[in-house]
Design a protein around this ligand. Structure first.
Ligand code: ABF
Length: 222
């Protein structure tokens, strides 16, 4: 199977996971990226079975609206029963690196507001140790150089993602050469650097369910 077929298989598995639980007033949290896009496309068929969605990016919001799914502001919604999103890396504890698409802050807010976080990913995303994928850190623009110096002290090789402005008007630094032994501790440590808005470690609040696309089928891990 191709990587796209594996992504579509987990998108279909996520639909099977949420479909029986949809109510007329359900508002879903929806993430960003190519796997989330496949989920959105499959969700279109169910658009009359639930109320709408909150999106983690403008791009996903546009795609949802394109399918006739109403998009709500999180402040008007409160909690969401499910948040469905991809990941760049995921370990056995369902800790993740996310934010390759620069939407990490909104993704983390949605994850925090979700009763259940369903991570959908093809098998290439499953790792023993997080960090081969460069860890994204969203920063307030005026703090970029300061934060980069602090990241060097922690052992990272920080690279400014040129030309990228997040949906929140901020910038992204990617941490290369930064293997992470204790994701929960490192997430907190990075959050404590002044000028950091969010880091792409999703460990304090990881996924509740991982639907992983493999050659043998979709594995469901909790
Ligand atoms: C989002 O999309 C991100 O947090 C992650 O960076 C990315 C995964 O993208 P894809 O599904 O295209 O691999 O969920």
């Amino acid at each position: 199977m191709t990587q796209d077929e594996l992504k579509d298989a987990v998108a279909a598995a996520a639909i099977a996971e949420v479909e029986p639980r949809l109510e007329r007033d359900t508002i879903l949290g929806i993430g960003t990226g190519s796997t989330a896009n496949l989920f959105i496309d499959r969700l279109a068929r169910l658009r009359h079975d639930f109320k709408g969605a909150v999106a983690s990016s403008e791009a996903s919001a546009e795609r949802l609206r394109g399918h006739g799914i109403e998009v709500f502001e999180l402040n008007h919604v409160g909690t969401v029963p499910f948040y469905i999103d991809g990941a760049d890396e995921v370990n056995a504890y369902l800790h993740m690196i996310k934010g390759g698409g620069a939407a990490l802050t909104r993704e983390k807010i949605l994850a925090a507001c979700a009763e259940r976080f369903i991570c959908i990913a093809d098998g290439s995303k499953r790792v023993e140790r997080l960090g081969a994928f460069p860890l994204p850190v969203e920063v307030i623009p005026m703090a970029r150089s300061y934060v980069a110096r602090e990241l060097v002290k922690l052992g990272a090789d920080p690279v400014y993602r040129q030309g990228v402005v997040t949906d929140n008007g901020n910038q992204i630094i990617d941490c290369f050469e930064f293997m992470i032994d204790d994701p929960v501790a490192m997430e907190a440590r990075l959050n404590a650097i002044v000028g950091v808005v969010t880091n792409g470690l999703f460990a304090a609040r990881g996924a509740d369910v991982l639907l992983l696309g493999t050659e043998k089928g979709v594995e469901r891990l909790t």
